[in-house]
Design a protein around this ligand. Structure first.
Ligand code: PLP
Length: 372
């Protein structure tokens, strides 16, 4: 970068590298000229979204020249009823990524720190660095841990909290590992957490395990913030809509710095309709959890190690560098997710696709150790 611009940059941005998304289908099609491409790389819902959400999107199209409702009044009312919380606890975001960034902007700055685990969702480190705060990355549980290999080490995270800490980010379950923490363990962690620290529990995959959420504890714990998204089980990743649930005082601050129209009108309408269709979510949960279990068994049968997962994806361990297997599968038309950028060069993350997509994938996946 030109010296001229480098000198102008906000501190924290000089060494910031952007988030690396899954390879888009269109890019692979251009590169290899493949007809059929199956993308299992971004934890999207293979079933799509509720038909009710589709209808709601069509219905707002004639109104698209108008600004959206900047307060997201209707959607917040529905979310408040759904979660049995006052609407004042809700902050809407352009995806939950947006609310994670808002939290960092509101509570982090130079000289203070955020604590998160090694192998946890990449956005925590990015959002922390962007505001020039300190990232305290805590070593994960070892790969040979009996219960939760590569999982969050809650005790070590608590030990890393000090006077400078303002936020602890905890993904439950975590992406890209799929590992989880039992609600009771998080509640015990919260009890020990000093008053000057927020615990942000990222529940992006909560719909896949509906009894693991901490939402019902928000009232008792003003330091608890929960983030949710319509991108995963709700199948609306392309619309960008997510939200935070928190103490009303925290929500009030986040809403001060939120862009006035950060959730577009199509997303608002679709999310409201999608939320009302819990039968669809139930169907996605059942389907995902069955296909996830099957994928885990098939990977093991082929000789790979797997990390236990409660998401809509599974992390496989190839026991040596996985780049050649990734390339091999690309040539077969399958986009999966390398996680070397997380410090896991031997692993690949497989999003759970449809039954048909998973069959196709396993028909082409070579056994571990196959020379490629
Ligand atoms: C996908 C994901 C998100 C972000 O989703 P949005 O599309 O921005 O709502 C947040 N946290 C985790 C752990 C995720 O995997």
């Amino acid at each position: 970068m030109r010296e001229q611009f480098l000198n102008m940059l906000a501190p924290g941005l000089c060494s910031l590298s952007p988030y690396v998304p899954g390879k888009p289908e269109s890019e692979l099609r251009r590169e290899l000229g493949l007809e059929e491409i199956i993308k299992l790389a971004s934890n999207e819902n293979p079933i799509g979204c509720s038909p009710l959400a589709h209808k709601a999107m069509q219905a707002v199209m004639p109104e698209i020249a108008r600004y959206p409702d900047g307060s997201a009044h209707e959607l917040k009312q529905r979310l408040a009823e759904f979660h049995r919380l006052p609407a004042e606890c809700i902050t809407m975001g352009n995806g939950s990524n947006d609310v994670l960034v808002l939290l960092s902007e509101a509570f982090l700055q130079a000289g203070v720190s955020a604590v998160f685990s090694q192998y946890s969702f990449a956005v925590y480190a990015l959002a922390t660095q962007a505001v020039n705060a300190i990232s305290k990355m805590v070593p994960a549980l070892p790969a040979d841990d009996m219960h939760m290999p590569l999982g969050h080490d809650l005790q070590a995270m608590l030990d890393a909290v000090d006077d400078s800490s303002r936020i602890v980010f905890l993904a439950n379950p975590n992406n890209p590992t799929g590992t989880w923490i039992e609600p009771d363990d998080i509640l015990a962690f919260l009890k020990e957490l000093p008053d000057h620290v927020l615990l942000v529990v990222d529940e992006a995959y909560a719909e896949y395990n509906n009894d693991q959420s901490l939402v019902s504890y928000l009232g008792e714990h003003p330091q608890l913030v929960i983030t949710r998204t319509f991108s995963k089980a709700y199948g609306l990743a392309g619309l960008r809509v997510g939200y935070a649930l928190s103490h009303p005082d925290v929500a009030e601050v986040l809403n001060r710095i939120r862009q006035p129209f950060n959730v577009n009108s199509v997303a608002l309408a679709a999310a409201e309709a999608a939320l009302a269709d819990q039968a669809f979510i139930e169907q996605c949960r059942t389907s995902n959890n069955k296909l996830l279990m099957e994928a885990d068994e098939k990977l093991k049968a082929l000789g790979y190690k797997t990390i236990p997962s409660r998401g809509n994806f599974v992390l496989m361990d190839c026991l040596h560098p996985a780049a050649s297997l990734f390339e091999h599968m690309l040539k077969q038309g399958f986009i999966i997710r390398p996680v070397a950028n997380y410090g896991l060069p031997n692993h690949l993350r497989i999003s759970i696709g449809s039954d048909e997509e998973m069959r196709a994938f396993f028909s082409k996946l070579p056994a571990m150790g196959t020379r490629l």
